[in-house]
Design a protein around this ligand. Structure first.
Ligand SMILES: CC(C)(COP(=O)(O)OP(=O)(O)OC[C@H]1O[C@@H](n2cnc3c(N)ncnc32)[C@H](O)[C@@H]1OP(=O)(O)O)[C@@H](O)C(=O)NCCC(=O)NCCS
Length: 160
C-alpha cells in the first residue's frame, strides 16, 4: 500500500505507481511508470513515457526524461541527467517555438542491475548493459557493455 501523496509532492494522476513505492518530497512525476518497492529521491523529475523497474533507487535531483526505460534493481545516483534529443532546438527555422510534433524522442535503455554514478550525463539512443557501472561525472556517448565500468568524458572502459 502506498502512502497518500504529501502536499510537497507533485504526482500526476496518470502516474502508475507499483506496490510499496517510496517517494520523497518535491518530486515532479507525470505519465511515468514506477515498479514495486522502488525509491524516488527528493527533487527528482520523471517525465511521461519513462519507465522505472522494480527495486530501483533513484537518488535526489536526477532527471529521467521521456524515452528512458530503466529495468529492475538499477541504482541512479544524485543529479544524473538523461537526454532524448541529440540536436535540440528551441525553435523551427521560421522562428516558431518547437512543439512535440517538431522533434523525435530518442530512447535509452538501462538494463537490470546497472549503476550510474552521481552527476553522470547519458546521451540518448544508448543501452547501458546489465550490471554495468558508470563512474561519477561521466558523459556516456556510446553503449556500455554488460558488466563493464566506464568513466570520464566521453566515458571509456576503466582499464585496471
Ligand atoms: C567508477 C568507480 C566505481 C571506480 O571505482 P574504483 O574501481 O575504486 O576505481 P579507482 O578509484 O581505483 O580508480 C581507477 C582509475 O579510474 C579513475 N576514476 C575513478 N572514478 C572515476 C570517475 N568517476 N571519473 C573519471 N575517472 C575516474 C581514477 O582516477 C583512477 O585513475 P588512475 O588509475 O589514472 O589513477 C568510482 O570511482 C565511481 O565513480 N563510483 C560512483 C560513485 C557515486 O557516484 N556514488 C553515488 C552515490 S553516493
Amino acid at each position: 500500500m502506498n502512502p497518500p501523496p504529501r502536499p510537497n509532492q507533485q504526482i500526476a494522476p496518470d502516474v502508475k505507481l507499483g506496490r510499496d513505492v517510496r517517494v520523497f518530497g518535491f518530486v515532479n512525476l507525470y505519465g511515468c511508470e514506477i515498479g514495486d518497492e522502488s525509491r524516488i529521491g527528493t527533487f527528482v523529475e520523471i517525465q511521461k513515457g519513462a519507465k522505472i523497474g522494480r527495486r530501483c533507487k533513484i537518488s535526489s535531483h536526477s532527471f529521467i526524461c521521456e524515452g528512458v526505460t530503466i529495468e529492475d534493481e538499477v541504482f541512479i545516483g544524485h543529479h544524473v541527467v538523461f537526454t532524448n534529443d541529440l540536436f535540440p532546438r528551441a525553435t523551427n527555422p521560421d522562428g516558431t517555438l518547437q512543439t512535440d510534433a517538431d522533434w523525435k524522442c530518442v530512447p535509452t535503455l538501462v538494463q537490470r542491475g546497472a549503476s550510474i554514478g552521481s552527476g553522470a550525463t547519458i546521451l540518448c539512443g544508448i543501452t547501458i548493459g546489465a550490471g554495468a557501472t558508470v563512474g561519477a561525472g561521466s558523459v556516456v556517448t556510446r553503449d556500455v557493455p554488460s558488466g563493464a565500468t566506464v568513466v570520464g568524458n566521453p566515458a571509456k572502459a576503466l582499464v585496471r
